[in-house]
Design a protein around this ligand. Structure first.
Ligand code: PNS
Length: 160
C-alpha cells in the first residue's frame, strides 16, 4: 500500500492545490492531505476549518484522506507509514524553497521521506492562497481561484 502525504497550510485550498491533489491521488493508493498546525502564522481559517474545507473539496476522490499535523513532517510521516511527500511547483521561485525543504527532509529522515514534485497546470500557475486572500479582502472576484463554497466562506470571514 503506497501512502503519500501532501502537506501544506491550505489557507485556503485553491484550484491549484486541488489540481495537485487530483493528479497525485492517481499515483498512490492513499493520498493524505495534511494541514500544518503552525502556531507562528495567523491564518484566516483555523486548522479545523481548513480540514473541513479540504474534506468537502475532495469528497469525490475516494483515496484522499484529510488530516492535520504539528511538528516535523518527517516524524508525522514515519508515524503514519508515509514515505513520499507531494508538493506542487508553480515557478522557479518555488523551486529554491522547495528544494531546500525536500533535501532537509530526506537528510533528517535518513532517506525515509522523499519528495515528489508535480508541476502545477499552467492555468493555475499564478494562484497562491496569499493572493486569493488579498483579492477576497478587497471584495475582488475569486471565483476562478477557489470552489464556490470556499469563496462564500471567505466572504463571511472578511465581512466579520
Ligand atoms: O503550504 P506551505 O505553507 O508552503 O507548506 C509548508 C510545509 C507545511 C510543507 C512546511 O512548512 C513543513 O513541512 N513544515 C513542517 C515542519 C518541518 O517539518 N520542517 C522541516 C522542513 S524545513
Amino acid at each position: 500500500m503506497k501512502r503519500a502525504v501532501y502537506p501544506g497550510s491550505f489557507d485556503p485550498v485553491t484550484f491549484g492545490h486541488l489540481d495537485v491533489i487530483r493528479r497525485a491521488s492517481e499515483m498512490f493508493d492513499v493520498l493524505v492531505v495534511s494541514v500544518l498546525n503552525n502556531k507562528v502564522k495567523s491564518p484566516l481559517f483555523s486548522v479545523e476549518e481548513r480540514v473541513k474545507i479540504l474534506r468537502e473539496a475532495t469528497k469525490d476522490i475516494p483515496n484522499v484522506e484529510v488530516d492535520s499535523f504539528s511538528g516535523l513532517l518527517i516524524n508525522y510521516a514515519a508515524e503514519n507509514n508515509m514515505h513520499v511527500a507531494v508538493r506542487g511547483l508553480r515557478a522557479i521561485t518555488d523551486f529554491e524553497y522547495e528544494l531546500q525543504i525536500a533535501q532537509t527532509n530526506r537528510k533528517l529522515s535518513g532517506g525515509a521521506l522523499d519528495t515528489v514534485f508535480l508541476t502545477t497546470s499552467l492555468e493555475y500557475a499564478y494562484l497562491s492562497s496569499s493572493s486569493v486572500k488579498e483579492i477576497a479582502s478587497f471584495g475582488g472576484d475569486i471565483s476562478e481561484c477557489v470552489p464556490d463554497f470556499v469563496a462564500r466562506l471567505m466572504k463571511e470571514k472578511y465581512i466579520q
